[in-house]
Design a protein around this ligand. Structure first.
Ligand code: ZN
Length: 336
């Protein structure tokens, strides 16, 4: 089977992973996610972060389709299902979002996305795609995204030729909505519940931890992080392999061939800032973000083997920011 790039809902992995780690693992540096023990609050914090990551990821993916090695037709939405949530969160997810079993529900329909243009709203439940019914599955039991994954394949097949019609439940109403998909970078974006401040890319996906997404104080800062990870794809630093660890090995090779001293990471910082600026985010957010990150995290305050310190990263990014501003002033296209 060809590994066609396919966007999973940002919410899918996040919520299931949350279910897997349970409430015993409280993210220490993501207070928004650990707010209280109340399941409704935890659900709210998680889905708010998911929605934010989905919104920024969509803008980056759409604005940079021309630079991405893998593209696909996308509606730009984030979809989730009741079944993906842990049994304590599921009743709240069902009530709040009108979810049912494995049926994909709209978590986010970002402004400017094809889904928003088609009139999709958070809380809409997808019942059929191009006349093919989606399977509700069963409602009880352990959390799983298998049924949602099968439904998302039907959704993606419907979108693959550009246009698709969906039967949608909105409250008591049933609607027909037609969406015109757009080319976007073809990578999944996943929010992983974790108290580690990290993000990574593996050739097919971009991952960001809840702690790091929560640390980003604005969409501009979130775009700095996701832009950097997307840049690893644009620069072909990451090659997907079914064999575990292959992506990391590729990165280590890139490190060596580009002269060490953080070559691949510096390139990803530079290209990532361009990707972020091309999507309309403020490149001036990068340097202060890295300085604040360095102050909060002793591991990046001083240079480590192969890694620049947060301070030198920030200085390098100020140089890239000036480069971008000069190109803008000259009316040139923002190409890295
Ligand atoms: Zn990197």
């Amino acid at each position: 089977m060809a590994p066609a790039p396919r966007l999973l809902s940002v919410a899918v992995t996040a919520a299931l992973a949350a279910a897997l780690v349970g409430c015993s693992q409280t993210p220490a540096s993501a207070p928004s996610v650990s707010a209280g023990n109340d399941a409704a609050l935890r659900l709210s914090a998680l889905t708010d972060l998911d929605e934010r990551v989905a919104r920024v990821a969509w803008r980056l993916s759409e604005a940079n389709a021309a630079l991405c090695p893998a593209v696909r037709q996308s509606a730009g939405w984030a979809l989730h299902s009741a079944k993906q949530y842990s049994e304590d969160l599921r009743p709240h997810a069902t009530e709040r979002f009108g979810l049912r079993g494995d049926l994909p529900g709209v978590l986010s329909s970002p402004t400017g996305s094809p889904a928003a243009a088609a009139g999709f709203q958070p809380g809409d439940l997808l019942l059929a795609a191009d006349g093919r019914p989606l399977a509700p599955g069963d409602h009880a039991g352990a959390p799983s995204w298998d049924g949602l994954g099968r439904n998302l394949r039907v959704v993606d097949e419907a979108l693959a030729d550009g246009g698709a019609r969906f039967r949608v439940q909105r409250g008591a109403q049933t609607l027909e909505l037609a969406v015109q998909a757009e080319h976007a970078c073809g990578y999944d974006v996943q929010l992983n519940p974790s108290d580690e401040l990290n993000a990574r890319a593996d050739g097919r996906r971009l991952f960001i931890s809840t702690a790091l997404a929560g640390f980003a104080a604005s969409d501009d800062e979130l775009a700095v992080i996701l832009g950097h990870e997307l840049a690893h794809h644009v620069l072909r630093h990451r090659h997907w392999s079914e064999a575990g660890g292959a992506a990391r090995q590729t990165n280590d090779e890139a490190w060596v061939t580009q002269g060490g001293g953080g070559g691949a990471e510096q390139q990803a910082d530079r290209v990532g800032l361009y990707l972020s600026a091309r999507a309309g985010y403020d490149p001036a957010a990068a340097a202060p973000f890295w300085r604040r990150f360095g102050e909060s995290n002793w591991r990046v305050r001083f240079p480590q083997i192969g890694h620049a310190s947060a301070g030198s990263r920030a200085r390098a990014l100020e140089g890239v920011q000036r480069e971008i501003e000069a190109k803008r002033a000259a009316g040139e296209e923002l190409l890295p």
